[in-house]
Design a protein around this ligand. Structure first.
Ligand SMILES: NC(=O)c1ccc[n+]([C@@H]2O[C@H](COP(=O)([O-])OP(=O)(O)OC[C@H]3O[C@@H](n4cnc5c(N)ncnc54)[C@H](O)[C@@H]3O)[C@@H](O)[C@H]2O)c1
Length: 271
């Protein structure tokens, strides 16, 4: 059921790789809620061609941009305003990649070139997006920018390796930039800390399947799906959350505040 929450709003949605991507669901929901938007992803991701289907389905344009490249981002924000016919109201940063995770390198033996690459792609890209948007004055007052993160930024999940540190940086950028952008332009910036979700990025993590089941057994409401996450992002893009900024918002069915569940205790034979 749609509520017209984003009627008349213009957005940029990054990170829709395939139908499992969280960003894909956000785009579908944003379309249902009346927004018009540009889809963006790294030029290399375009080769899969999947994003064309989403563009067709949501009546959107695609502008390729490597989120680590400020020229690409400048082009993205200027072109998007032209295509959409005005300043932007919402942006989704849904970008994450760790070469150390991909290559299954243990955290204590992290390769530093790969670490730097992970920081650039998954955290600094957020700062770069925000800096470019601010420089171009591309976001409307009360605009809303959301990046996706994971709870390993606060608590240790050993298999998340360097991405734990990288997500901590991402969340810090939301707070720091949120202050400056808020004071100057009333633009709000938040991170959503999502449950484990079966996507290309998620499934690349060692032992992801078992961990997914564990988190599901701990969280009183179970794991939040990509679709649930999309719904939450829509509320954050809407005018109903105008005073929410600089927050890291847990969207995890209660996982983050649960020490242990009866279901998990029973697996250890404890009644
Ligand atoms: N899947 C999970 O369990 C989970 C949980 C919490 C948070 N997240 C976060 O959600 C976000 C989206 O991930 P997802 O799970 O939907 O997986 P996904 O693999 O579908 O999306 C990751 C996206 O990042 C894009 N990307 C990578 N390098 C890029 C670059 N240089 N420039 C532009 N785009 C680039 C990829 O092309 C891809 O579309 C990530 O930040 C991820 O860390 C995922």
């Amino acid at each position: 059921m749609a509520y017209g929450l984003l009627k008349g709003k213009r957005g940029i949605i990054s990170g829709a790789l395939d139908a499992n991507s969280i960003a894909w669901k956000v785009a579908e929901k944003a379309h249902e809620e009346g927004a018009t938007f540009v889809l963006t992803n790294a030029p290399i991701a375009m080769r899969m061609g999947e994003i064309n289907k989403l563009a067709e389905q949501t009546n959107s344009s695609i502008i390729a941009a490597d989120a680590t490249n400020t020229d690409d981002l400048t082009n993205l924000f200027s072109q998007s305003q032209e295509v959409l016919g005005g300043k932007i109201d919402f942006v989704l940063h849904s970008i994450g990649m760790s070469v150390n995770i991909r290559k299954k390198i243990p955290y204590t033996e992290s390769d530093y070139e790969y670490f730097m690459k992970g920081i650039d792609v998954s955290a600094l890209s957020f700062h770069k997006m925000l800096a470019v948007a601010k420089k171009l004055d591309a976001i409307n007052e009360w605009g809303s920018i959301v990046a996706l993160t994971y709870m390993a930024a606060q608590r240790t999940f050993p298999f998340y390796t360097d991405m734990a540190d990288i997500k901590a940086m991402l969340e810090s950028i939301a707070r720091s930039f949120g202050y400056h952008y808020g004071v100057e332009k009333k633009v709000r910036i938040n991170t959503v800390s999502q449950s484990p979700t079966k996507t290309t990025a998620g499934s690349g993590i060692k032992g992801f399947g078992d961990f997914f089941d564990y988190a599901n057994a701990i969280a009183p409401l179970g794991n939040a799906s990509a679709e649930d996450c999309a719904n939450y992002c829509i509320t954050l893009f809407s005018d109903l959350t105008r005073m929410v900024t600089m927050q890291n918002l847990f969207h995890d069915g209660g996982f983050s505040n649960t020490g242990v569940s009866t279901e998990v205790m029973q697996k250890f034979g404890i009644e």
